[in-house]
Design a binder for this molecule. Structure first.
Ligand SMILES: [Zn+2]
Length: 90
């Protein structure tokens, strides 16, 4: 997923880094403040949330999903494929 961000964890922090951070904060300012599916409130100051929540950008629309809803979506997809297998098996 975000390997670049992990690599960016240098110990050296200069003014340029701070500038980049403020740019990123600008982008976070456009984020929705809750999960698009379950309306769970999102706190953009919470680093744990920033790492675990997923942002889906489609054209101009920015959507935000909490870990629960991401997991449910994945499980639903898995169930669908399982059902297909069971149906074909008989
Ligand atoms: Zn949710």
């Amino acid at each position: 997923m975000n390997r670049k961000e992990r690599r960016a964890l240098h110990k050296h922090v200069g003014p340029a880094a701070q500038e980049r951070m403020s740019t990123q904060m600008d982008q976070f300012g456009k984020l929705p403040q809750k999960c698009d599916a379950c309306q769970e409130p999102f706190d953009k100051k919470d680093k744990g949330m920033l790492q675990s929540w997923s942002v889906v950008v489609k054209q101009e629309t920015v959507r935000l999903f909490c870990p629960d809803c991401i997991r449910k979506t994945q499980e639903a997809l898995e169930n669908v494929s399982k059902e297909n297998i069971e149906t074909s098996a008989g």
